[in-house]
Design a protein around this ligand. Structure first.
Ligand code: FEO
Ligand code: CA
Ligand code: CA
Ligand code: CA
Length: 672
């Protein structure tokens, strides 16, 4: 057995650090916390910090564990698969997984078939976009709970032009080192980029979202209704409205839009959510990558200080969009970035509706947007800011949801209070209000209005002393228990000194999931308790936590990203970055959230090399599951592919995959 490499101690952080060498393993501490959990009024009282190192301490229980086979875990009943690194989909026995919507598939009656050698913006605007991520299912007809007819709404996060356009990359004749050589001079790129107006415009058209009508036909097959009047593409150029407290603010005005209320397109839509009134909410995440030339702004320009926090490029961008569209050039349009990084709401049932960027929800690298109704009728919206050491947010509407009056709900998200989370070491937590004039959010600290608090959300959250998290990605609410789950995907830059109870692992390569219980189960509450649900990674590593279940009974995962829940409150976790941690492609895992098997993950699905798994969503009766296989083959090129999925051709194609039971309409993840 390897020497113990992690030490933990219960108490405050200073005690933890001074007690190095006296501690227990994380598994021991969490097991003890869990066993007495029912007795604690305010959840847990332990603070945990791991010292550096991911050594291979293996518990005696793990060594003796029986293998995973035929696991029947509460409401889950499927035989888990194991980590797989092949260039093909793998799904649990008794299920089928097939590509359902591929990049380029025509989704309008007049759309051309996909042809890699005949791409254009005009074609792409009528075809399924690139890099599918979040997926939502909206039942049809509107207001029903139909499980065999609906709209799929799909985010298209970004483009991989090197995998889309033949000839986009050419070898640099001045690059004389061996391919991928460590000896290569840093200023001589191995490849040169050949782009054009048509390529850039096609990329813009491949971003945004697809809205696609789908149904299960009389033979039981799911089909795309290609000529549906509801089918729609939103792209990087679709006109959108800016609403809420920051609409029209000086910082949102550009020479193209002096009103600060109209913007072209949505970009880098990562995850999202749905509102109780049947609209889609999509998060604009890493929009900074489309902008260039921050260096043109003077060092003392206050605009620059805000941009710096988002990582805009100082010089030309790799995508080179600024060569063809001035608005992506900060030297020409320094305010255009303020019109991105918002949550966008739109009505998928009305293909003529104008999407709205809701500024009341704050401006960060929004991973997603998850809603829940409070007992008082207010609607809470949770969203993570996916970057290392950034924050977790919640918005609570001022008004109340009226189930009988959809029109009255449509602008609820323009007025309310935005909060940021502080996770206290004793297992309690506070939602800190980001309200102009309260606490440090005053003019003398650089916040002259609520609009400015919202445009500078990250800086306002800094001022309030919120908890810096390990890349907060998806937030989802368990529909059975009301508990809220926050995924922290990883953070390889957290040091031991920076570890805290909610982010206990330095060099957190594999990520963890935090479970939040709002006080009085009220999503409008301003305080909560929290716990660690899982700490991911190799389950035989003592620095992980899968509910205390024997390692041999767990399907290990790493880099959790998106979540969804089935009708029994089981959590389904998709991953983005497994291959950096564990020997397998990204995939989908399921686990119970309560009871003895809580936290025992079972692998259900595996994607292909280079891909992340994202956007899992069930239809209402859980007889169909859609999941995105995003950026298959990333890391390769068209000439040197690492994946040829799904067609076996030269270009891999990001696709939404449909998973059904081989037993007709049986629920996913159930035998029989
Ligand atoms: Fe777009 Fe945070 O993943
Ligand atoms: Ca993604
Ligand atoms: Ca994500
Ligand atoms: Ca991710």
């Amino acid at each position: 057995m390897a020497a113990r490499t992690e030490e933990f101690y219960e108490g405050d952080r200073d005690t933890v650090l001074s007690a190095a060498g006296l501690g227990e393993t994380m598994q021991e501490v969490l097991a003890r916390r869990w066993s007495r959990r029912g007795m604690l009024r305010h959840g847990t009282g332990a603070a945990l910090v791991l010292t550096l190192g991911q050594g291979g301490l293996r518990s005696a229980a793990a060594q003796d564990a029986t293998p995973l086979a035929g696991a029947a875990v509460g409401g889950l009943d499927f035989e888990p698969i194991t980590l797989d690194a092949g260039d093909n989909l793998v799904v649990a026995p008794g299920h089928t997984a097939v590509p359902f919507l591929r990049w380029g598939d025509p989704i309008m009656a007049d759309a051309p078939d996909w042809d890699i050698d005949a791409q254009s913006a005009t074609a792409q605007e009528r075809q399924f976009g690139y890099n599918c991520d979040w997926i939502a299912y909206f039942p049809l007809p509107q207001g029903s709970d139909s499980s065999d007819h609906g709209l799929l709404v799909v985010n298209h996060e970004y483009t991989n032009p090197e995998l889309m356009f033949p000839g986009y990359l050419t070898r640099n004749p001045e690059y004389t080192a061996a391919p991928d050589s460590d000896d290569a001079p840093p200023d001589v790129p191995e490849f040169l980029i050949n782009t054009s107006q048509e390529i850039v415009d096609t990329e813009l058209a491949a971003h945004g979202l697809s809205i696609v009508e789908v149904l299960r036909d009389e033979s039981g097959q799911w089909v795309v209704v290609r000529d549906s009047a509801l089918n729609r593409r939103l792209t990087g150029t679709t006109p959108m409205e800016i609403t809420g407290p920051a609409a029209g603010h000086d910082l949102l005005q550009t020479s193209d839009d002096p009103t600060g209320t109209r913007v072209l397109g949505t970009l880098n839509n990562c995850a999202g959510g749905t509102s109780p009134w049947g609209t889609a909410l999509t998060g604009e995440e890493n929009s900074q990558q489309y902008f260039a030339n921050l260096a043109a702004l003077p060092e003392d320009d206050p605009v620059r200080a805000v941009h710096d926090r988002f990582g805009y490029g100082e010089e030309a961008s790799e995508r080179q969009w600024e060569q063809f569209h001035d608005r992506f050039d900060l030297a020409k349009q320094p305010n255009e970035p303020f019109r991105f990084h918002w949550i966008v709401e739109f009505d998928p049932y009305d293909p003529t509706s104008t999407p709205k960027k809701r500024t009341a929800l704050g401006r960060v690298k929004h991973e997603g947007a998850t809603t829940a109704i409070a007992p008082g009728g207010q609607v809470a919206l949770y969203s993570g800011d996916d970057e290392r050491f950034e924050y977790a947010y919640k918005f609570v509407t001022a008004g109340s949801y009226d189930p009988a009056d959809r029109a009255a709900n449509l602008d609820l998200l323009d007025e309310g209070t935005l909060y940021v989370a502080r996770f206290n070491d004793d297992g309690s937590g506070d939602w800190l209000p980001l309200v102009h004039g309260e606490g440090p959010l005053t003019e003398e600290n650089g916040f002259t209005s609520q609009a400015e608090v919202l445009v500078k959300t990250r800086l306002a959250a800094d001022a309030l002393g919120a908890t810096k998290m390990d890349r907060p990605e998806d937030f989802e609410t368990n529909p059975v228990t009301g508990k809220v789950y926050l995924v922290c995907t990883n953070n390889n830059q957290r040091t031991l000194e920076q570890a805290d109870a909610a982010n206990p692992r330095p060099n957190n390569l594999a990520g963890h999931i935090v479970e939040i219980t709002e006080d009085n189960d009220d999503h409008a509450a301003t305080s909560f308790t929290w716990d660690l649900f899982i700490i991911a990674g190799d389950a035989t590593d003592s620095g992980t936590w899968y509910g205390g279940v024997d390692a041999g009974l767990v399907s290990p995962l790493a880099a959790p990203d998106n979540l969804t829940f089935d009708n029994d409150g089981n959590i389904w976790i998709s991953t983005d970055g497994m291959a950096n941690n564990l020997p397998g492609n990204d995939g989908l895992f399921a686990a119970r959230t309560e009871g003895e098997e809580r936290g025992r993950t079972l692998q259900f699905f595996s994607t292909v090399p280079g891909a992340e798994c994202s956007g899992p969503i069930f239809n209402p009766d859980n007889s169909a599951l859609w999941v995105s296989v995003q950026h298959p083959g990333e890391g390769g090129t068209l000439d040197q592919p690492v994946s040829r999925w799904p067609d076996g051709d030269q270009a891999p194609r990001p696709s939404v995959v449909l998973i059904t039971s081989e037993n007709g309409m049986a629920r996913i993840g159930r035998r029989g």
